[in-house]
Design a protein around this ligand. Structure first.
Ligand SMILES: [Zn+2]
Length: 368
């Protein structure tokens, strides 16, 4: 049940609501009190079916619309750095909200909750999702858990993740693959090195292939991605007088969403043909799906030119379930996790206005 004391007012201005959410600390693992308050605040609204599952809260309309969209955000933050409770500077259009979670991503959650209660009859059915444990190990991620246990809760034709994107649309996301290239030699005393085989020297060929690698910049669904294949670590050697018998080069491949996981793995294996390669981590990207009617209408309401999302985000979890998704939320992503985390109030207002319009206007109206 909801803790007594602080109640959220979801009818407040979304900028005020951002501050209400920020001031309830919810570092990953401690989302419970905030989840309780969000649930309690949503329950009274008869147009919403509210589902609580752990610290995930789902509120959805069931109006029988032709289309359902999923709009999600995480309610946890990274640890506080002396930056709570929130404060503001400036005023009017230049108002800035400061504090942990303002950018990543309670501004986005405030937009969601404000619209969830205000839009009693959206033109598209909406599934609003607030989830936990985004900022920690992937196995704990609330959206991932719901996707595994109740994929039907995430069903929809289009998804929006309200992660900070400067209130602009960032489509899809690139995938990420990490692999270890394990080189094996033969140990020997370095005074008689010809009796051994130096595994670190063998890394030279691995590094040569990386240095000469030409990353692709493919256009996927109209957005230009930019791949990269890089060494991100190298280990080897046990002592200053021993020829090393092992060396491991760790590489990270960031791949555009026109490749699936197995194609990305095959590509990396091909680049390093002849070497012992073990894939240690692999998360697929997500296509932006901007050619879909719902997405195209969303782009026309938001305006500007959508960009490709180069980092990996939870939009890929939608993609795995066949739901194309974009990132769209208030705040500059470079302020996420920063000690001087902040969010321009104007971004919150802009995201709120764009989503309100997209969910209130009949399909096909208001383009331009
Ligand atoms: Zn985030």
């Amino acid at each position: 049940m909801a803790s007594r004391g602080v109640f959220l007012d979801l009818t407040a201005d979304p900028v005020d609501l951002t501050r209400q959410l920020v001031d309830i600390e919810s570092v990953s693992g401690n989302e419970g009190p905030l989840a309780d308050r969000i649930e309690a605040a949503l329950r009274p609204y008869g147009h919403l079916e509210v589902i609580r599952d752990g610290n995930v809260i789902i509120a959805r309309t069931n109006l029988g619309r032709a289309e359902r969209v999923v709009i999600a955000g995480h309610i946890d933050t990274v640890p506080v750095a002396g930056n709570l409770p929130s404060w503001t500077t400036g005023s009017g259009d230049a108002l800035i909200i400061w504090g942990r979670g303002t950018c990543d991503m309670k501004g986005g959650v405030a937009v969601q909750l404000s619209l969830a209660v205000a839009l009693t009859e959206p033109v598209r059915d909406v599934t609003w999702i607030c989830y936990d444990n985004e900022e920690v190990e992937a196995d704990l991620n609330g959206l991932g858990r719901i996707g595994r246990e109740h994929p039907d809760y995430l069903a929809g034709s289009f998804g929006i993740l309200c992660e900070p994107s400067n209130a602009r649309i960032e489509g899809g996301c690139q995938g990420t693959l990490r692999a270890e290239i394990r080189l094996t030699g033969q140990a020997a005393h370095s005074a008689r090195s010809w009796r051994g085989h130096n595994a670190i020297h063998d890394a030279a060929e691995v590094l040569r292939r990386l240095a000469s690698y030409q990353p692709r910049e493919p256009v996927v669904d109209g957005l230009t991605y930019h791949e990269g294949l890089n060494a991100v670590g190298i280990t080897g050697g046990i002592a200053g007088n021993v020829i090393p018998d092992s060396c491991t080069v760790t590489v990270n491949y960031r791949f555009a969403p026109d490749l699936d996981s197995s194609q990305a793995a095959a590509h990396v294996r091909q680049v390093f043909t002849g070497f012992d390669l073990v894939i240690t981590d692999l998360a697929p990207g997500a296509r932006p799906g901007l050619e879909l009617p719902a997405a195209a209408e969303f782009c026309s309401v938001v305006g500007g030119t959508p960009q490709a999302k180069l980092g990996w985000t939870d939009v890929a979890r939608f993609s795995e379930l066949g739901v194309p998704a974009v990132n769209f939320g208030p705040g500059d992503p470079s302020k996420a996790h920063a000690d001087d985390e902040c969010c321009p109030a104007a971004d919150v207002v802009a995201c709120h206005a764009a989503l309100l319009r997209w969910l209130s206007e009949p399909a096909g109206a208001g383009s331009g």
